[in-house]
Design a protein around this ligand. Structure first.
Ligand code: HMG
Ligand code: MG
Length: 314
């Protein structure tokens, strides 16, 4: 894709990996359960648009997230392309068993930086969440899987307020030490601001093995991403169409929209391998399936027939 408004900024990475979370984080928060065929088509369209990592679903307790209760059915009939990673969320050994049955090669565990969210999202305490994750990671590694970790509520928590940076680093390091290859810093409720992002990456000792995961509740997700890029982070989570949220976190709204991220990255001369018009087309299709428009500004700007014009070319 040729981005005509392209002016490079010195000091940024040349290329980033966009870690797509739309089918998981996006669809887990939809009021209605999306049919499994629509989920399969969503994943296929994302791969066709150039995504090389698509977080596909969750093997959590179905009663907790009914929207993704069809994870087994989804993976049974889903085409998986060579060169594309299809990680799934797994909280416990039962989830791992289910993932292994489907030949999953990569999983993500998801810890909480705060006590209240650990209880609400995992039915565990800050401490006992590790007792749940430890055997999951050990067994997954034995099976040759790659394991990512999330740490949620990195900036603030709806019940506890701002999260102390030291607490996030302690939980994040402990998750990495289990044997995870990457740690995604989750701003679950979107309250972070760019200086906070810089401080958090510094507190981890730099960007090595870090990814970022911003929800856009307060409109800060792009600014926060820019701060993360400046700090050297090269893996950015985003959701096509800007859908998303967590059913167990009040006030969590959509993720950073992949299209808004790609517009900024390509404008900065940072390569992603993604085809923006194909992503916009996917969002327009998805919005029709979900029955409501995408919150993404780029989708709004480019998503109507004839509006892309000179602004985006193949
Ligand atoms: P629990 O109720 O404590 O479960 O839930 P349990 O361990 O007591 O087990 C009770 C029963 O559930 C047992 O069945 C288990 O087999 C079954 P029984 O013996 O009674 O017949 N069970 C399962 N069944 C299928 N699959 C499973 C499973 N696990 C147990 N995996 C649990 C504990 C962790 C399972 C629950 O709290 C849970 O599923 N939580 C997930 C919540 C969730 O998915 N939240 C959204 C994702 S996190 C997020 O969005 C944030 C993120 O995007 C980053 C950010 O934004 O910050 C990642
Ligand atoms: Mg999230």
């Amino acid at each position: 894709m040729r981005q005509p408004y392209r002016v490079a900024e010195p000091g940024l990475p040349e290329r980033v990996t966009v870690y797509e979370v739309g089918p998981r984080d996006g669809l887990q928060n939809e009021p209605a359960v999306v049919p499994v065929e629509v989920k399969r088509e969503f994943v296929a369209r994302l791969a066709a648009a150039g995504h090389r990592v698509i977080e596909t679903t969750s093997f959590v307790r179905p009663e907790w997230v009914p929207q993704l209760a069809d994870a087994d059915e989804l993976l049974s009939g889903m085409e998986r392309l060579p060169g594309v990673r299809y990680p799934v969320l797994v909280p416990n050994e039962r989830g791992l068993d289910r993932a292994l049955e489907h030949g999953v090669r990569e999983i993500a565990i998801f810890g909480s930086a705060t006590e209240t969210f650990a209880r609400k999202n995992l039915n565990r305490t800050l401490r006992t969440q590790f007792e749940m994750f430890e055997p999951v990671v050990a067994r997954a590694l034995d099976h040759g899987l790659r394991v990512r970790a999330y740490v949620s509520m990195c900036f603030g928590d709806p019940w506890e307020g701002p999260t102390p940076v030291g607490q996030v680093v302690a939980v994040g390091r402990a998750l990495l030490d289990l044997g995870c290859f990457e740690l995604s810093l989750g701003d679950t409720i979107g309250v972070g601001t760019p200086g906070h992002v810089t401080a958090l990456v510094e507190a981890f000792g730099g960007p090595s093995r870090l990814a970022v995961h911003f929800h856009d509740t307060y409109g800060q997700a792009l600014a926060n991403t820019f701060a993360a890029l400046r700090a050297g982070v090269t893996v950015i989570d985003a959701s096509t169409g800007g859908i998303g949220g967590c059913p167990y976190a009040e006030s969590a709204t959509g993720n950073l929209a992949t299209e808004d991220l790609v517009w900024m990255l390509h404008g900065l001369g940072v390569e992603t391998g993604l085809d923006l018009p194909a992503l916009v087309e996917t969002s327009v299709w998805l919005a029709a399936e979900l029955g409501r428009p995408s919150p993404s500004r780029v989708v709004r700007a480019l998503g109507r027939p004839g509006t892309a014009g000179r602004h985006v070319k193949e």
